[in-house]
Write a protein that binds this ligand. Structure first.
Ligand code: AP5
Length: 207
């Protein structure tokens, strides 16, 4: 299955992808995670990503598509994937269609997590991450185990998340009609406990 988890920053795309990927038997592909990995490695490309990410701006399509092409060629993605944070522009959506078509595949569903801006700011500013495993927590809604040292993402400030939300509204939300025209979009209320949202996604997917 090829599934897109769609929604504004902090909607819970990464959290939910982690919770459903085993049942779907496909990997989670997060362009944000791939960019942060390149940044940690200190590659010239990673430094370029950092400039955009710190400003809450989208990384140019050509760079993102290079990453995606390489990622989709890995054996674990041979039978499907959960796309988390991708595509974010119309050009990325069209390029993804082409990449999948070349593998005899197509997007099966697009699940949109609806979460209002005030919850997004609360979620993103309270997000913490285990730097070793990558596991995501929230200081109140999903607290890390006692004693675990967690870090905060550099772009998780209120100022930057508001910028990221503007980018979402201006460039990413307009991607939806591309999938609506194909009848693939399923809207899910992203406000509720982690388990409730997982259940809504499963039921939207007919599981
Ligand atoms: P990216 O890493 O993709 O960030 P994002 O889309 O802004 O999404 P987030 O990772 O912030 O949130 P999420 O929806 O995964 O939420 P999460 O599950 O963590 O992108 C970062 C940057 O990289 C972009 O700004 C851009 O610069 C660049 N980039 C990446 N991809 C790109 C692309 N394709 N094109 C161009 N540029 C690109 O949850 C958030 C918090 O809420 C957590 O603390 C979690 O514990 C908590 N939470 C989750 N669910 C619930 C719930 N139901 N109730 C309460 N709390 C919850």
């Amino acid at each position: 299955m090829d599934l897109i988890l769609f929604g504004p920053p902090g909607a819970g795309k990464g959290t939910q992808a982690t919770r459903i990927k085993e049942a779907l038997e496909v990997p989670q592909i997060s362009t944000g995670d791939m960019m942060r990995a390149a940044r940690r490695e200190g590659t010239p490309l990673g430094k370029k990503f950092d400039e955009y990410m710190q400003a809450g701006k989208l990384v140019p399509d050509s760079m993102v598509l290079e990453l995606m092409k390489e990622r989709l060629s890995k054996p674990d993605a041979a039978k499907g994937a959960i796309f988390d944070g991708f595509p974010r522009t119309k050009a990325q959506a069209e390029a993804l269609d082409e990449l999948l078509a070349a593998m005899d595949r197509k997007i099966d569903a697009v699940v949109v997590l609806d979460v209002p801006l005030e919850d997004i700011v609360d979620r993103v500013t309270g997000r913490r991450q285990d730097p070793t495993s990558g596991q995501v927590y929230h200081v109140r809604y999903n607290p890390p185990p006692a004693g675990l040292e967690v870090i905060q993402r550099k772009d998780d400030t209120e100022e930057v998340v508001r910028k990221r939300f503007e980018e979402y509204e201006a460039n990413t939300k307009p991607v939806l009609p591309h999938y609506e025209a194909k009848g693939l979009v399923k809207r899910v209320d992203g406000v509720g406990s982690l388990d409730e949202v997982t259940e809504r996604i499963r039921s939207a997917l007919g599981e």
